[in-house]
Write a protein that binds this ligand. Structure first.
Ligand code: ADP
Ligand code: MG
Length: 613
């Protein structure tokens, strides 16, 4: 409430002065000539209306669009000319009350979003020269060790070097179950350390931390609020001149025909006040803003109002396989070496994968227990959807699928009949064996796919993996429509094919953000999950899931539908009331009092509707 104190004081003083003046005037305690009353009424009029008048004057000077401040100004100056002093003040007073509501509503939404702001503690305990010092997160350097006691929030991102604990990640991911963490695990700022004390090596600066990225995103999505406003503004640009024209006609035509110009001028002025579209201007963006805020509290970041609209109408969802439908944590099931030992083959593959951040690479590094000597590595090149080629001890080592082997003309025919993703390994054009790895389907996947299908959304899977693996996964998760052995560019083509059929749109693509930025960009709604690490994916997506639970997608769709329903209700409601009062005004049954009551009433109800949970 503190931020609104000034407004509240203005409104209270104006109300008091208005009541006082009306009483004095009506009871004839004070008798003054008309200009005396005019001067007295001008005090509350200017007190409450100064901002609106100034805004209108600026708009006129800059030849800007005629908007609601213009309507208010013309209407109230007209009322003053007509001698309706109290009404003039009252219209502006109610307009201010409406604006106050708008501010409070916007603040509420903003607060719910910026609950995230509290996630960053402003102190951090760092080990320096064997002693513990407390500094601000900005002063801590990457590589330093911070000490996190049980119950504390992590101020910075890092990797655990000592201790194990359970983390409450709910603030970041909306996930209520604590996550257990141990040495070697990456932990993000904003999580709460629930049990044991931890030592954590800092891996990113305060400005680059996960929370900072989330905040930036949220702020950006709040900014795109302006995007949906332009629709309202465009509407006002057409609407206001029409209303002004109607008002002029209403003031002139009947006066000429029937006489009594004062009555018709009053009608025309009240027409101007009634037509103010402020309920729409205020409540529509607020509803989107509130919806986006609700989603962000559940670990779903939506980048703007346009995305909310698309989500609500979604027809098709296309899934990437690895890391999206599956965990992306491959376990090594078989190692078939030619002429080398199993351990040699595995550590060679793991070393070759050093530069990659593909889930396959991370899994190989985990599976390989011997230390990797990175000094043996030369230049590397990753072929998206195929694998990697890298110089090791001066020889070209290849790790990847059949496509990669064909690219380098390496013969990889073998009689291995194990199901799973096969990684072939070659040194200097010589085939040295293959490693079969298997991924696990996320437990949340089948249910999420089913929930989507039940709400009438088509599901599709695209993958770069082998057909046999793709078929197996598609069957298990319940997706009938799938394509396999696709390169990232093929995925874009497949998606475009789908999107050419209007019945399939809007169409979303869900990926883990590894090598699928082009598809994320191309889809109507690009959704990436659990990859706050990848800036490219964040850039390319319209929606980001902070954890990798696919159930968040049906949830996001439900929230979007609810938001759009509220917007539609508000538009219908305010236009109906507006139209009814307009009709009354046109037939001369309405006055400024009714007009401003109707407008503010609609505004308040629409705003309340917008910010409801
Ligand atoms: P998905 O469509 O399932 O996300 P990708 O397009 O990321 O799969 O990769 C497709 C295939 O390309 C993988 O199944 C794998 O055979 C091969 N591949 C991609 N990146 C690598 C890598 N870094 N190392 C080895 N193989 C890779
Ligand atoms: Mg992928």
């Amino acid at each position: 409430m503190k931020e609104h104190r000034e407004e509240l004081i203005k409104i209270s003083i104006t109300t008091f002065l208005l009541v006082l003046l009306i009483t004095l005037q009506q009871t004839k305690i004070l008798s003054l000539p008309f200009w005396g009353w005019l001067l007295l009424y001008l005090i509350p009029y200017l007190l409450i209306g100064w901002e609106v008048l100034r805004e209108a004057a600026e708009k006129i000077l800059h030849l800007d669009a005629l908007d609601e401040s213009f309507l208010m100004t013309v209407a109230t100056i007209g009322a003053l000319i007509l001698g309706e002093y109290a009404e003039a003040v009252f219209v502006l007073l109610f307009f201010s009350v409406g604006e106050l509501f708008e501010d409070i509503g916007a603040d509420r939404s903003r607060k719910s979003i910026s609950a995230l702001m509290d996630l960053r503690p402003d102190r951090v305990s760092i080990e320096r020269d064997g002693t513990l010092v407390t500094v601000s997160p900005e002063e801590a350097k990457i590589g330093e060790i911070m000490v996190i006691s049980a119950g504390d929030r992590l101020p910075l991102d890092g990797v655990i070097t000592e201790g194990s604990s359970a983390l409450d990640t709910s603030a970041l991911t909306g996930e209520s179950l604590p996550a257990s963490v141990q040495v070697g695990d990456a932990v993000a700022a904003g999580c709460i350390n629930l049990s044991g004390a931890l030592k954590v090596r800092i891996t990113s600066s305060a400005a680059e931390s996960t929370v900072a990225k989330i905040l930036k995103l949220v702020e950006e999505s709040a900014e795109t609020k302006a995007k949906s406003e332009t629709f309202i503004r465009r509407f006002a640009k057409v609407y206001t001149p029409i209303v002004v024209l109607l008002a002029v006609l209403l003031a002139i035509l009947p006066s000429v025909l029937f006489g009594n110009p004062q009555k018709w001028i009053t009608e025309a002025l009240s027409l101007l006040v009634i037509s103010c579209p402020c309920a729409l201007v205020v409540s529509v963006p607020l509803a989107y803003f509130n919806g986006i805020g609700m989603a962000s509290r559940r670990g779903i970041l939506v980048k703007g109002a346009a995305t909310v609209e698309e989500l609500a109408r979604l027809k098709t969802i296309v899934f990437d396989k690895t890391g999206t439908l599956t965990h992306g944590n491959f376990s090594v099931t078989v190692i078939h070496p030619n002429e080398v030992t199993e351990t040699e083959l595995l550590s060679l593959a793991a070393l070759a994968e050093s530069y990659s951040n593909h889930p396959i690479s991370l899994s190989l590094k985990n599976a390989c227990h011997s230390p990797l000597d990175r000094s043996r590595l030369g230049t590397a090149h990753e072929f998206s959807g195929e694998g990697i080629s890298v110089e090791i001890d001066g020889k070209t080592v290849l790790v990847g699928n059949e496509k990669l082997m064909q690219r380098f003309s390496v013969d990889c025919t073998n009689d291995c009949d194990h199901s799973g993703t096969v990684l072939h390994v070659a040194i200097a054009q010589q085939y040295v064996g293959h490693i079969v790895i298997a991924d696990e389907i996320k437990p949340s996947t089948p249910e999420a796919v089913q929930a989507l299908r039940q709400s009438g959304i088509q599901t599709v899977m695209l993958t770069g993996d082998r057909l046999s693996v793709a078929k197996d996964v598609a069957e298990k998760v319940g997706i009938a429509n799938f394509s396999a052995e696709l390169l990232p560019a093929d995925k874009v083509n497949k998606l475009e094919e789908l999107m050419q059929i209007p019945a399939n749109r809007p169409c979303a693509f869900v990926g883990d953000g590894i090598n699928d930025a082009p598809v994320l960009l191309r889809a109507d709604v690009g959704i990436s999950m659990g990859t706050l690490g990848s800036d490219a994916a964040i850039e390319a997506s319209d929606m980001i899931l902070l954890n990798d639970n696919l159930q968040k997608i049906p949830l996001a769709i439900r929230l979007a539908q609810k938001t759009c329903r509220i917007v539609r209700q508000n538009i219908a409601f305010s236009l109906t009331v507006k139209f009814a009062v307009l009709l009354l005004a046109l037939f001369g049954f309405s006055n400024l009092w009714i007009a401003s009551f109707a407008d503010v009433g609609v505004l308040v109800l629409a705003v309340l509707n917008s910010v409801r949970k």
